[in-house]
Each structure stands twice: as structure tokens, then as C-alpha cells.
Design a protein around this ligand. Sequence first.
Ligand code: TYD
Length: 203
Amino acid sequence: MFITFEGPDGSGKTTIIEKIYRYMLDNGYDVIKTREPGGSPIAEKIRNLLLDVENDNMNSRTEALLYAASRAQHIEEKILPALNEGKIVLCDRFLLSSLAYQGFGRELGVENIRMINEFAIQDVLPDFILFFDIDPITTLKRKSLLASADRLEKEDNNFHKRVYKGYKEILKNEKNIELIDATKPVEDVFEQCIEVFKRRNVL
Ligand code: TYD
């Protein structure tokens, strides 16, 4: 079972994935947690290139290809081996992030991004996707001021608005999407996810 988590920056995905992961471990499930970009040694090196604020002149096409490259490596090194061992894989961001951020945010065109990712991914697709729905502008206002904000988070509000609209557009045509209301408090968001996992027979 391959489950991915998607949503704008600041949607709280990472906190919730950690909670779900702990909950599943405590209940004896054979589960791993991973993330993109990164997730394996080579892919984490690509992540550092992508998120380094000093790389402020990175070409958008370079960026798109690096996200796809990180994904290819991550699938080969970590996701596929885990799935082949029968593990449940929880992944923080996957293909939809590239479609929304590079396709819409960078305006490279969603079909171009699909094409390079088809090459990278081959046929490894999630069984279902949890989309953390929240307008990113409020959460980002706080984060972009912090020294810890990464290269993508420092992008202006128009970029993040395009990403959010892009996600909404993509969701119309995606199958296996579960919408999570991420405006709610952490415990409530966690419960929404647990309900989905039960309905999908993961738990
Ligand atoms: P993420 O790890 O979610 O950020 P953080 O750990 O700070 O919460 O993702 C890093 C950034 O990379 C995020 O702004 C979204 C972006 N991203 C893309 O632009 N394309 C992609 O394909 C992926 C996976 C992430």
C-alpha cells in the first residue's frame, strides 16, 4: 500500500504524517515514512540543491528535472523495495507536488511535467492521496519571514496562489483523492486521516 500526502506549504502534513506513522507503529503495522524531495541518500543530496536559498538563479526547467530525478532515485532505492517487502509506505509529497509547483507555480505546463515524471516514475503510483486543503497565504506569511524558510517557501504569494489553484485544478481529474480539511486543529485533522485509513482498509 502506497499512500501520499499533498498540500500547500504550511498545511501541517509533516506533523500529521509523523502522528499517523507513530500510531501505526504502536499498533504493530509494518510501515515506513518517507518524503520528497529526498527520502534516500542520493535523493537527499538533490533535495539540498533544490532547497538551498543560495541557488536563487536556478532555472525552472532545471528545478523540474531535479524534482523528477530525486523521485526516480527515491522510488528505486526506497519505495519499491519497501512495497515489495509488503510494507505500507507513507510519503510526504509525490507527483502532484511537481504538477502543482512546477506545472502551475513555475508555469511550465502540467503536461510537460507529467511527461518528464512518467519517464522518472514508470508506473509507480499511489493507491490513494490525502490532500490537505488550506489556503497557504496565511500560514506562509509567518513562515517566509523565518530564517529557516527554504528556497520555495520564500517565493512570493502569487507563486503560492498559483500552486494552490493548480492543485485544485489537478484534483478535478485525479482519481483516489481524499480531501482533508486542514484548517482544523491537529487532533481533528489526525482523526480525519484515521477515518480515511479505516475506510480504505489500511487500518
Ligand atoms: P517540503 O519537504 O514539504 O517542505 P518542508 O519540509 O519545509 O515542509 O517540500 C519542500 C518544497 O519543495 C516545498 O515548497 C514544495 C516543493 N516541491 C516542489 O516544488 N515540487 C515537488 O515535486 C516536490 C516533491 C516538492
